[in-house]
Design a protein around this ligand. Sequence first.
Ligand SMILES: NC(=O)c1ccc[n+]([C@@H]2O[C@H](COP(=O)([O-])OP(=O)(O)OC[C@H]3O[C@@H](n4cnc5c(N)ncnc54)[C@H](OP(=O)(O)O)[C@@H]3O)[C@@H](O)[C@H]2O)c1
Length: 282
Amino acid sequence: MARNLTIKSTQKLLSGYEIPILGYGVYQTPKNVAENVTVEALKLGYRHIDSAAAYKNEKEVTAAISKAGLPRSEVFLTTKIPPRANGYDSAKRNIDDSLKQANTDYFDLILIHAPYGGKEGRLGTWKALVEAQKAGKTRSIGVSNFGLHHLDELQSYISSGGGGAIDVGQYEIHPWLARPDIVSWLRRHGAVVQAYSPLVRNTRSEEPVLKELSKKHGKSPAQVLVRWSLQKGFVPLPKSVTPSRIRENCEVFDFELSEGDMGKLETGKYEPCAWDPTVEKD
Ligand SMILES: NC(=O)c1ccc[n+]([C@@H]2O[C@H](COP(=O)([O-])OP(=O)(O)OC[C@H]3O[C@@H](n4cnc5c(N)ncnc54)[C@H](OP(=O)(O)O)[C@@H]3O)[C@@H](O)[C@H]2O)c1
């Protein structure tokens, strides 16, 4: 399966829509460069932008779509409800604010950025997302950074009449944090798994295993990591503001990691490089 992947490949969501398998992440992409670097990414063939209200660049990255000469419908655009804004009324307001900021009629995906705000906050936000989906404000919905206990809570709300379906789960995932338990939960429920910080924020390029595989395939450590993610069936979201790296991170469809290579990257470690709200108790 992995052998035939291209930058145009997609995975099918429960909503019926398709999600391109490689996303372009824009966290910590400053406003003043966001439009230009996103145009660069779109010109290279990326068709999926992972933004969030918290990144404060929804306007710029969406403007890049038309600047790159593409219709809105050609690009899969994600935003997220801010981590501390969970709750029905607040989420509704935030959805409308994001649509306004981005100057678009709809998002392809809106995620709950983090499980903060207690049960009432989480389920209130979910209710607002389900309504937004019915109203055409977003095509698909999902969660990010939910622990297994948050996922179970949400699933029982959905099954007992709350409605909607978890189209996507977005998590920090790379060889030093493969999250097999959460990935298996999501797949059991039909959700597509997005991998954030897929490059481990460039903190692992000196790892012997990456150096070895990099040399073997004539690819950079970053390319090995993106390829690992794709072959695991994830949707990686590498971020870069550097044109040469934006290109590098999508030139990953001309080589394949062997089963042995993939095995070498099974570290069994739990070493987040970003925040980890999955462990939030409440
Ligand atoms: N849902 C969430 O809570 C959450 C959390 C974190 C991230 N995300 C999403 O996931 C995206 C990616 O995650 P991330 O930004 O944390 O980390 P990342 O993509 O793993 O790493 C980004 C860092 O790696 C550098 N880099 C990029 N390409 C490189 C290459 N080819 N070689 C060497 N270094 C390279 C970038 O530098 P330059 O930019 O300077 O080139 C930047 O410092 C975010 O932008 C965001 O969309 C979501």
